[in-house]
Design a protein around this ligand. Structure first.
Ligand code: VAH
Length: 314
């Protein structure tokens, strides 16, 4: 039985659907800080949970009989940069609570890290699995500290912690809130709604990206991986593609020839993007648990546009 925090977030909302179909709806407890009528709250067990409330988190996990904790609740990079103290308290306080509850109840543990765990002094191309990590954002500080904390709980307490460093994730169910790679999601909505998009990230800014179906499969594959084969744990580099705004615009133009792209760079989010790698090396994930992806940029664009046409009724 699996307990998920942040179940209404960009990853959480689709992870719940995936887990329910893989393991049965009654075996997945979705939790989030607020109740919002949705597939997540209607399709199976749901409880309101503020992850900074350790007592309630423990009670919910114990009463549900959860054997796996998937801690997805966090503030993303741009939001964390504008509210760094709140970000520290939520991102680190929530993580510590989730690790402690998992240790007390001997649960398997998953939480995502991010390419945001790397900084400007990290090699930018084919960023290695093991390399210098001196991020310059609060989000990155939270992610590096989180990786070290999860490894600590594995080495000190034997807790079965596993994680991946996600790239920018592109999805059509729940929009990301407060991320830097969100431009790559916004662009599809605006392409259909307005036929044009003004990017807050500059042309020539390369970042790793992945389509949500590949991200969800990676989580399931990692959690089901043979622990004997894991050399790393927190957290594996995973990526599907690396592109800049002009390349995703060109991919959309192949489907919507009249689509127009403009730029109005947001200095704060551009500075975050500039501090991250251009492309990371996922070979450790491939070697240790068979990580693979199915979507490249054009295949993702075709699927995103068709799914959004239905969702937006266009
Ligand atoms: C963000 N989408 O932009 C998240 C993610 C790698 C990017 O961490 O903050």
């Amino acid at each position: 039985k699996i307990m998920v925090t942040g179940a209404l977030g960009q990853i959480g909302s689709e992870l719940i659907t995936k887990l329910r179909s893989e393991y049965g709806a009654d075996n997945v407890l979705a939790t989030d800080i607020r109740h919002k009528d949705s597939e997540v709250t209607a399709g199976g067990p749901f409880e309101v949970l503020d992850v900074t409330d350790a007592k309630r988190m423990h009670a919910l996990a114990k009463d549900f009989g959860a054997g796996t904790m998937m801690h997805m609740a966090a503030l993303l990079s741009a939001k964390a940069e504008s509210e760094p103290l709140f970000a520290w308290n939520l991102n680190m306080g929530g993580l510590m609570n989730a690790l402690e509850v998992s240790r007390e109840l001997d649960m398997q543990f998953f939480t995502p890290s991010s390419i945001g765990a790397f900084g400007p002094s990290t090699p930018k191309k084919d960023t290695p699995q093991d390399t210098l990590q001196r991020p310059t954002t609060m989000y990155g500080v939270n992610k590096v500290a989180g990786e070290l904390l999860c490894d600590y709980y594995y080495n000190r307490f034997g807790l079965d912690t596993r994680g991946v460093r996600f790239p920018g994730l592109i999805s059509y169910v729940a929009q990301p809130g407060g991320g830097t790679t969100d431009y790559a999601v916004d662009i599809y909505y605006k392409a259909l709604q307005e036929g044009k998009y003004t990017s807050f990230i500059a042309e020539g800014t390369y970042m790793d990206m992945m389509y949500m179906p590949d991200a969800l499969q990676a989580i399931v594959d990692l959690l089901e991986a043979d622990p004997e084969k894991l050399i790393h744990r927190n957290a594996f580099n995973v990526t599907a593609m690396s592109f800049d705004p002009s390349q995703i615009a060109a991919s959309i133009k192949k489907q919507i020839p009249t689509f127009e792209m403009a730029y109005d760079v947001d200095p704060m989010r551009q500075a975050i993007a500039d501090s991250w790698p251009d492309s990371i090396d996922p070979s450790a994930a491939m070697a240790e648990w068979g990580f693979k992806t199915n979507y490249d940029l054009d295949k993702m664009t075709i699927d995103m546009l068709s799914k959004l046409r239905t969702k937006l009724n266009i």
